[in-house]
Ligand binder design. Sequence first.
Ligand code: GAR
Length: 221
Amino acid sequence: MTNRLVLLISGRGSNLQSILNACQSGQISSTEIVCVISNRAEAPGLAVAIQAGIPTQVIAHRDYASREDFDAALRRSIDAHHPDLVVLAGFMRQLTAAFVSHYLGRMVNIHPSLLPAFPGLHTHARALEKGVCWHGATVHFVTPELDAGPIIVQAAVPVLATDDPASLAARVLEAEHQIYPQALAAILSGRCRLEAGRVHWSTPLPGAEGTVVHPVLAAPA
Ligand code: GAR
């Protein structure tokens, strides 16, 4: 049976592209992106979908009087596609608790930080401001609290002395493009699911030992 994904985007669509590549290469097997929905008509990611022959839809939040009305319209559109999984790929709207509850365990998000650090916006600038040595990305199940759902996988990247928000964002984005397809493959193959509010892996994860030390200590004294 083919898994059905609906992707929600608001912008560039680079995560959409990485997920699409993974579906096409078989890294995510037996899976079709059945629709890409954007809340912004000008989102460049829509062209990525159109280029790949994926149906697109724009549901502009500005056309709705309230968050509830927008979420109701979004839900109607998503459900018409009967998705197995709803994938937020740079979707920059807060969703109501009722909407999120409807998709509990069936909706995932990627966030550009090592949650629970730096939920919300401008994560890269805030990481630099705090002087953290490590930054990264998190894939998680979506729950009503913003950027706070049960964590499926994370990737860490070092923060370098020469970084500005753009260079750090580029390093994190590369990590995003690795882990989002991996996480989706795990969920869609049934290896990973949300159970009683926690992420449950059906196959034991291989052990990993050791400490990774930030490259700053490898610099000549
Ligand atoms: C990505 O960095 C993603 O992690 C972030 O938006 C960007 C979308 O890029 N999402 C969030 O901040 C959600 N809180 P893309 O359109 O190129 O995939």
